[in-house]
Write a protein that binds this ligand. Structure first.
Ligand SMILES: [Zn+2]
Length: 113
């Protein structure tokens, strides 16, 4: 997916969830697909993850980070987070790279295409 498309996707879902004060960005990490920081009110995607994956995978990760943003700091992947994921209709599993060739999504190790 192109970074510009991912940026538009992040902004749309932040705005749709009344998170207009939040910022978007990219990070250079290869071990994490996405990140939500309540201190800086920023959601970020790994630029590697975006470049190497299709729209559907990036979409799932964006919604995962939005689910974190909606419920505030200190919840991790607890029950409130799961309820937030259910509201957004997204799987609550984390999406994390295991190495350069695979990443975890929905609890399943997947190959980067
Ligand atoms: Zn998470």
């Amino acid at each position: 997916m192109k970074p510009k498309q991912a940026k538009l996707m992040m902004r749309k879902y932040l705005d749709d969830n009344y998170l207009q004060g939040w910022q978007i960005g990219f990070m250079n990490k290869k071990t994490t697909a996405g990140n939500c920081c309540h201190v800086t009110k920023t959601i970020k995607l790994s630029s590697w993850f975006v470049k190497l994956n299709n729209c559907k995978r990036v979409h799932t990760t964006v919604l995962h980070e939005i689910a974190h943003a909606r419920i505030g700091y200190g919840h991790g992947h607890n029950l409130q987070f799961k309820i937030s994921c259910d509201y957004l209709k997204v799987d609550n599993a984390s999406s994390t790279f295991k190495n350069n060739d695979t990443f975890m999504l929905h609890g399943i190790e997947r190959k980067v295409l």
